[in-house]
Design a protein around this ligand. Structure first.
Ligand SMILES: *Cc1c(COP(=O)(O)O)cnc(C)c1O
Length: 388
């Protein structure tokens, strides 16, 4: 069981999973050390010196990170992988067989789509708009094994009712997975809403500084955890000790960073909503957003990701981007610095144009990862690029 004896999120983020070593003769490290040793001694054949034998199977720094992340998701177990997609791949290995059917949000992360379609062959996948949970009822088949949720999605920032969907899935014996990368455990804890597994790309908010690639699977289901752990050890996509160390460091400031990401996002969403050159703003923190109430019910915040559509053409969108000085034109998200991207030519260029249009990704839709800079400076930059 993860150490859940601390109640507050920040207290757990700072202390859970890494106890100060107060044993006689210990150094008394306050921060969990970065353990790089790939192998560990045995006292005699058949008797290992400690619980550690080989770095792929178990590593003290990675274990500390996993304990901390589990504590923050109110879960029993977390398993840290070399990337978000490595984590997703292990989960699919653990639960899916050829012939299984998966129901997934239509506005799904592109890499997840590619795993389901190209890496795992022989699956049936239905992409539906889960913001209407009756779409799930219509999509379910006798061979449905898995429900794959993201909430909010990107770039359309759609939200679904996680508890309602997980309840429906459970009655049909379908496993519910929530990719919680966007809100992070600070704002949303899907296991408490009835999900079976949480997926993270810790490359985003958990790492938080755009300098570490990682992923994780979090669950309280012991049987599933054992399978995941075994696949991780046998297939080898573990998180390195250094990356584990950086993720521990990231988690400690997650709460303060998420608060600031959200404050800045709300300021920017309000500014853009009032601007005549902006056709629409997609951010659930705005009270008139269709998902505002659902997010209030199931999460404690709206996060730092938003999208907006400019009036005009693709050329107008490109011109706008070329005038930005503070927002960097880049994919990815969740770091300290504000990023902007044009999904139709960047993150979602590989999605079939028909599908793109059906989802609502227009040529002037822009996605923003709002960083931790001063909101006034970010708004000044947008004003300039909008020609004010
Ligand atoms: C980035 C991302 C992933 C993939 O994670 P990697 O760490 O890049 O492998 C999965 N889901 C979401 C929502 C993401 O943003």
């Amino acid at each position: 069981m993860a150490e859940n004896k601390y109640n507050g999120f920040s207290t757990r983020a700072i202390h859970a999973g890494e106890e100060t070593d107060r044993r006689a003769g210990s150094t008394g490290d306050v921060v969990v050390p970065l353990h790089l040793s790939t192998t560990f001694i045995w006292d005699e054949p058949g008797r290992a010196h400690s619980e550690f034998e080989y770095i792929r199977s178990s590593n003290p720094t990675r274990n500390a990170y996993e304990r901390k992340l589990a504590a923050l998701e109110d879960a029993k177990y977390a398993v840290a992988f070399a990337s978000g997609l490595a984590a997703e791949n292990a989960l699919m290995q653990a639960v899916l067989r050829p012939g299984d059917h998966v129901v997934a949000f239509d506005d799904l992360y592109g890499g997840t789509r590619r795993l389901l379609e190209e890496v795992f062959q022989g699956l049936e996948v239905s992409y539906v708009d889960l913001s209407d949970d009756e779409e799930f009822d219509r999509a379910v088949k006798p061979n449905t094994r898995l429900l794959w949720i993201e909430s909010p999605t990107n770039p359309m920032i759609k939200v679904c009712d996680i508890a309602a969907l997980a309840r429906k899935a459970r009655t049909k014996g379908i496993l519910t997975v929530v990719d919680n990368t966007f809100l992070s455990p600070y704002f949303q804890r899907p296991l408490a809403l009835g999900a079976d597994v949480v997926v993270h790309s810790s490359t985003k908010y958990i790492g938080g500084h755009s300098d570490v690639l990682g992923g994780a699977l979090v669950t309280s289901d012991e049987g599933l955890h054992e399978k995941i752990r075994s696949i991780q050890n046998n297939a080898g996509a573990v998180l390195s000790p250094f990356d584990s160390y950086l993720n521990i460091r990231g988690l400690k400031t997650l709460a303060v960073r998420m608060e600031r990401h959200q404050q800045n996002a709300l300021r920017i969403a309000q500014f853009l909503s009032a601007h005549p050159r902006v056709a629409r703003v997609l951010y659930p923190g705005l009270p008139d957003n269709p998902y505002h109430q659902v997010v209030k019910r199931q999460a404690t915040g709206f996060g730092g990701m938003l999208s907006f559509e400019l009036e005009g053409s693709l050329e107008d969108a490109k011109a706008f981007i070329s005038h930005l000085r503070l927002f960097s034109l880049a994919e990815s998200l969740g770091g300290m610095e504000s990023l902007i991207e044009l999904p139709s030519l960047m993150t979602h260029v590989g999605v079939d144009p028909e599908v793109r249009r059906a989802i609502g990704i227009s040529d002037t839709l822009l996605r923003v990862s709002v960083g931790l800079e001063d909101a006034d400076d970010l708004i000044d930059d947008l004003k300039y690029a909008l020609g004010d």
